[in-house]
Design a protein around this ligand. Structure first.
Ligand SMILES: [Zn+2]
Length: 370
């Protein structure tokens, strides 16, 4: 692990593989397990950094693919790096662009060298390779950067997943060779689709590189929840116990609780801010549509037990009014609550692990689906 990083496990759950830890980065600590809000274009949509801090956010994720297209890494670097550019002094993680290249871009060609695709903005041909992704991420200047991987879709044939997984390992070697910035920790990404033996083999291979942290990628790409949970259960134990483990793109209550029980430490998902933009709130494990008539004259807070600014100051009726009127404040207030809610879910689990009450307090989320 680079000098300015460390990961300490404080307590382990005595019934599951869950652990509570502290991940130290050059821009501060991340107390794990913890949900990381997504700031795709160097902002968590509709939230100022001060509002973001109040949600309990520690590490924030941003997207290499999107920032490369707009405004371009040169502008971010000229601004003094992504922390200064977006006014967020806490830890930042950038993904490699691999997932977006494989899920969003049309007309892409994949070769051993890398991926060519058309910019959705102006149609220009863009090339991303392991070296280029690492170069862009190092110019952006995040604390944690991710290896450039090939993320197979779901469903995909075993043959295709074998090829993508092997290429991801070869690309990782090139990412490691291209990474020369000690202020950033490079995490590897385990692929392998929904094939448990491929996941285990890929994880074992990646561990040989002795990276500062590991992620499980290629999940939540359309596969049934039970398959996703199986992938996490078989892969996580192979990853080094003393390094942070990150499950990419996951952010529902049950999936996070299950993954934490398997030994995952970090999560990210666009769900809380995306729901907010659709006028929906996450409350006590449910999704509420604030346009529903029942909220028009409901003068209680969204969640009376929630410490967030929105719940401390506004009623369901007021937020329902703002959503119906399409007032921009609606999206800010709902994002504040939704981001707080998911972070608070993971910090409540963390507290439960520290007190060895995890399996008692979160039993409803921990039964394995048959
Ligand atoms: Zn709230």
């Amino acid at each position: 692990m680079p000098q300015s990083f460390s990961f300490q496990i404080q307590t382990r759950c005595t019934h599951t593989h869950a652990r509570a830890g502290v991940f130290v980065t050059p821009h501060g600590i991340v107390e794990t397990p913890r949900f990381m809000p997504v700031g795709t274009l160097a902002n968590v949509k509709t939230l100022t950094p001060a509002q973001l801090l109040d949600t309990g956010a520690q590490m924030v994720l941003s997207n290499t693919y999107h920032l490369h297209l707009q405004p371009g890494e040169k502008i971010v670097a000229a601004a003094g790096g992504i922390h200064k550019f977006m006014g967020w002094n806490g830890p930042i993680l950038t993904d490699s662009g691999g997932f977006q290249v494989f899920s969003l871009s049309e007309m892409r060609t994949v070769t051993e060298a890398g991926v060519r695709f058309r910019s959705p903005h102006d149609g220009a041909i863009i090339e991303l390779s392991p070296e280029r992704s690492i170069e862009i991420q190092n110019q952006l200047g995040a604390d944690v950067i991710m290896a450039f991987d090939e993320c197979p879709p779901y469903p995909a044939s075993r043959e295709d997943v074998v090829a993508a997984t092997a290429r991801t390992v070869r690309w990782l070697e090139r990412c490691i060779a291209a990474h020369d910035r000690p202020e950033a920790a490079l995490f590897g990404i385990v692929q392998g689709g929904v094939y448990p033996d491929l996941r285990v083999a890929a994880a074992k291979k990646l561990v040989e590189f002795d990276l500062p942290g590991y992620a499980i990628g290629g999940v939540s790409v359309g596969e049934p929840t039970d398959l996703m949970e199986m992938v996490v259960r078989v892969t996580t134990p192979i990853l080094p116990d003393h390094k942070p483990r990150y499950l990419m793109g996951i952010g529902t209550y049950r999936e996070m609780a299950q993954a934490i029980a398997s030994g995952i430490d970090l999560f990210d998902c666009v769900i809380p801010t995306r729901l907010a933009r659709h006028g929906a709130a996450l409350v006590a494990g449910e999704r509420w549509n604030l346009k529903n008539a029942q909220f028009r004259e409901d003068f209680r807070p969204l969640d009376p037990s929630c410490p967030c600014y929105t719940c401390q100051n506004f009623s369901r009726a007021y937020i329902s009014h703002l959503v119906r009127a399409k007032e921009l404040l609606a999206y800010t207030l709902l994002s504040i609550h939704n981001v707080t809610e998911l972070i608070r879910f993971t910090t409540r689990i963390r507290d439960a692990i520290l007190g060895d009450r995890f399996t008692d307090e979160f039993a409803q989320y921990l039964q394995v689906q048959s």
